[in-house]
Design a binder for this molecule. Sequence first.
Ligand SMILES: [Zn+2]
Length: 257
Amino acid sequence: MARRMLLALALVLALSGCGRRVLYVTHTAGYRHDSIPLSREVLAGVAAATGRLQVFATEDLGWISPEGLAAFDAVFFNTSGELALAAEQKRALLDFVRGGKGFGGVHSATDTLYSWPEYGELIGGIFDGHPWAQAVTVITEDRAHPATRHLPETFRIADEIYQFRAFSRERVRVLLRLDPSSVDLNAPGVKRADRDFALAWCHHYGSGRVFYTALGHPDEVWKDERFQRMLEGALLWLTGQVDGDATPRPVPAAGAP
Ligand SMILES: [Zn+2]
């Protein structure tokens, strides 16, 4: 491990007297969102307010190694493009999660590592375009999970709306989905014939926990208290501090709880 990283690791351990530690990775090899600096402030603030979490933000992919990850309870990606991860780094990340830790991602965390199929399985879907950037209606499909239980049955939000491939409700539990009646389904780039546009989900990966939300493109979403509370619940769940059902299920029938 590089000397620079050992010093940083010592700092992380010295500063983190209380709370579970989250490594927030904002390294981008493709598109870089302008909201990344704000996202770092927001995640740090959300974590500090709980008194049970500490977020360590980095651009350095060197943290993804057995030694680097050993200091953390969860990894959270806001990345893009083909991250230059060596085979042993990829293995370290998968082993970290399988062994009982957490892995989360926001927005372009599905627009990354296309050439590594196991990553798609880890996060639960692969970005397949964003047909809409507008105000939409979101359906809160799971109002019991700690990440989404603060949200109403439906709500409006303006964001860039992703669609996914390599996504299946047989493998993940959907927490939020787009109300397809709130968008133009004939817009250019719409591919999903099933009209099932999930916007947040979770699942188990080995003994570990995985959470992802497709929201989070503009600054306004990061400033949105509803989004911040979702991140808070997600991080507490990812770090094993609260429980939440991640059992996959089909689209609930209308009117079901
Ligand atoms: Zn975006």
